[in-house]
Design a protein around this ligand. Structure first.
Ligand code: ATP
Length: 329
């Protein structure tokens, strides 16, 4: 095949590269030198381009162009590489680059999700308005570092310290469900790829110690891994409905809208409502629990299908139908 599939060696690269190989593509991993051995070990990359640090990523641009590589974004790519570097790169890129601005800005995300008519946690503009349990978040905080819960203004003031930039959001008591979707431009269809739940340190460990010893601990939400999840089948109509709404709203805000993999991060309440607290507009690491396939993707495709492989199928079909332009941002 004339094209290669490339990604940054991190996050979901094993899945993306394995999926690309399954569909007959040449594969390239761009790795920090000290991470390269992992990708060599698993043998998923036909070629490994080493860079000393993520800030050297732009230097591989010409190499990727020469190899006719299509770059697949994931969270590490957009976290470690400056958005402007990604935007200005001439390398073929899978996805709508303009959606990245909508994803990286919490206010814009909210406009998008509101437009889609989803249930969202209430946002409190001023601490004096706090009338229920809230979670206080900071812009750009990775792994929820420093996030805290408060029940009223007094508690908020005690915990906020000198921080000025924060968001006060209603804390939804329920269970977190991360929904993995894939919107296919080539087949004009929204697919359900699976669900996961996260394993976060230290919040998921706090329940392992007695309550009287939990009291003074600071809660953090550092993601360490993910568990696969199957949902009650009667919830699937709602899952498809909200995913579809997000796709439709994205076409209005940022034509041609979102396509490829994306994830709605939700909390499901006892009355079975999905509250969406965040959207990830690209492959999420939770899909790694289905590196071979999820049961849903297996039924849909009649063969094992990971999200990584689904990306490669989309690209292959676009090439075969001479429609590659439609899926490159
Ligand atoms: P990401 O890496 O996804 O950007 P983050 O650091 O911005 O993560 P969030 O994903 O927003 O953090 O939230 C961290 C944790 O807090 C998650 O476990 C999530 O389930 C929980 N959480 C976030 N918002 C709410 C909410 N409104 N109600 C209940 N739980 C929430």
């Amino acid at each position: 095949m004339k094209y290669a599939i490339a990604t940054l060696g991190s996050h979901s690269a094993l899945q993306i590269l394995k999926g690309a190989k399954d569909e007959g593509f040449r594969t390239i991993a761009i790795c920090k030198s000290d991470h390269a051995f992992v990708y060599r070990h698993f043998g998923v990359a036909d070629e490994i381009i080493e860079i000393p640090s993520y800030s050297d990523f732009h230097k591989v641009e010409d190499d990727l162009i020469k190899r006719n590589a299509i770059l697949i974004p994931h969270a590490s790519l957009i976290t470690y590489i400056d958005l402007r570097v990604i935007e200005n790169m001439k390398v073929l890129y899978y996805g709508n680059k303009r959606i990245l601005h909508w994803e990286s800005d919490r206010d814009k995300q909210r406009i998008w999700l509101e437009k889609a008519g989803l249930n969202l946690p209430k946002v409190f503009k001023d601490p004096s308005e706090i009338d229920r349990l809230v979670i206080v978040k900071f812009q750009g905080a990775r792994g929820g570092q420093g996030y805290f819960l408060a029940r009223n203004e007094r508690e908020f003031r005690r915990k906020i310290g000198s921080a000025k930039e924060y968001i006060i959001q209603e804390y939804i008591v329920g269970i977190p469900v991360y929904i993995h979707y894939f919107y296919s431009v080539i087949r004009s269809e929204l697919e359900l790829m699976g669900f996961d739940r996260r394993y976060e340190s230290n919040v998921d460990g706090i329940g392992r110690i007695p309550a009287n010893m939990q009291r003074d601990l600071k809660v953090t939400y550092t993601i360490v891994g993910n568990f696969p999840l199957m949902l009650r089948e009667s919830l699937l109509p709602e899952v498809f409905r909200i995913g579809q709404k997000v796709v439709e709203a994205s076409k209005e805000i940022c034509s041609p809208g979102i396509y490829g993999p994306f994830c709605l991060e939700t909390v499901v309440t006892p009355d079975l409502k999905f509250y969406v607290f965040e959207i990830s507009a690209r492959i999420v690491a939770g899909t790694n629990v289905f590196m071979e396939t999820s049961p849903y993707a297996l039924i849909k495709h009649g063969k094992p299908m990971s999200t990584g492989r689904r990306i490669a199928v989309e690209i292959r079909e676009a090439i075969e139908q001479d429609r590659l332009k439609e899926i490159l941002g």
